[in-house]
Design a protein around this ligand. Structure first.
Ligand SMILES: Nc1ncnc2c1ncn2[C@@H]1O[C@H](COP(=O)(O)OP(=O)(O)OP(=O)(O)O)[C@@H](O)[C@H]1O
Ligand SMILES: O=C(O)c1ccc[n+]([C@@H]2O[C@H](COP(=O)([O-])O)[C@@H](O)[C@H]2O)c1
Length: 196
């Protein structure tokens, strides 16, 4: 990481659970762009996923921690755990700025999230004040809703895996090998997540 003003990509998510799709994307962004690192920010409660069944936030955090162990360019953040819920990204960006005034934060976002971005809290400020690195998601048309000045399209390799699919596999008693890292698979089995 550079000594001055590190540039950090933020991947926000519920991570219920983290899966190989998240990891490939996060590691690619950290190693194939001008970012020094990517932080995976575990959101206790996404505004758009209120009412969804979620593992306790600390359990989701621990799965992310296990998944990225040994990768110096990835880091997990629990900054949102002490903030009011649901978690609005602009509030988290401001909180992070207080803690890390010299870091430059970049939002990482799938193209599927762009159409909903205008409905985010203080979307205008997010778009005006932060760079956004957008990666294509299969089946989603390119969109121009955000000013191109702040948006960089990064052609990251992607896997069509979702946390929903992983949970459904576990509930159905199907293997999740390689869909999640081995350590995450082991912990899900040991703790019987989504199995009762
Ligand atoms: N396979 C994937 N490749 C790249 N990015 C992904 C992938 N799956 C999810 N993301 C992105 O990662 C971020 C966090 O995702 P989230 O924790 O909501 O996972 P999810 O797999 O989409 O969850 P769920 O299926 O429960 O809705 C979101 O911006 C989401 O668009
Ligand atoms: O700030 C907002 O208004 C806002 C609205 C929807 C989603 N987000 C954040 O975007 C991240 C991914 O959201 P989701 O719903 O795709 O899991 C998650 O961390 C949310 O907190 C943020």
């Amino acid at each position: 990481m550079s000594a001055v003003a590190p540039k950090v990509g933020l991947l926000f998510g519920s991570f219920n659970p983290i899966h190989t799709g998240h990891l490939i994307l996060a590691h690619f962004m950290a190693t194939h762009t001008d970012l020094d690192a990517v932080w995976l920010v575990v959101s206790p409660q996404s505004p758009f996923k209120v009412g969804q069944e979620l593992l306790p936030e600390r359990a989701r955090y621990e799965l992310v921690e296990a998944a990225i162990a040994g990768n110096d360019q990835l880091r997990v953040s629990d900054v949102e755990f002490s903030m009011s819920k649901p978690n609005y990204t602009i509030d988290t960006l401001e909180e992070l700025h207080q803690h890390y005034p010299h870091h430059r934060f970049v939002l990482l976002m799938g193209e599927d999230n762009l159409p909903g971005l205008p409905r985010w809290k203080a979307a205008d400020r997010i778009i005006a004040e932060y760079e956004i690195y957008v990666y294509p998601r299969p089946g989603i048309e390119a969109t121009t809703i955000v000013s191109p000045a702040n948006v960089r399209i990064v052609d990251a390799p992607l896997l069509d895996i979702s946390a929903t699919f992983v949970r459904d596999c576990v509930r159905a008693g199907k293997s999740i090998r390689y869909l999640v890292p081995a350590e995450v698979e082991k912990r899900i089995q040991e703790k019987h997540y989504w199995q009762e």
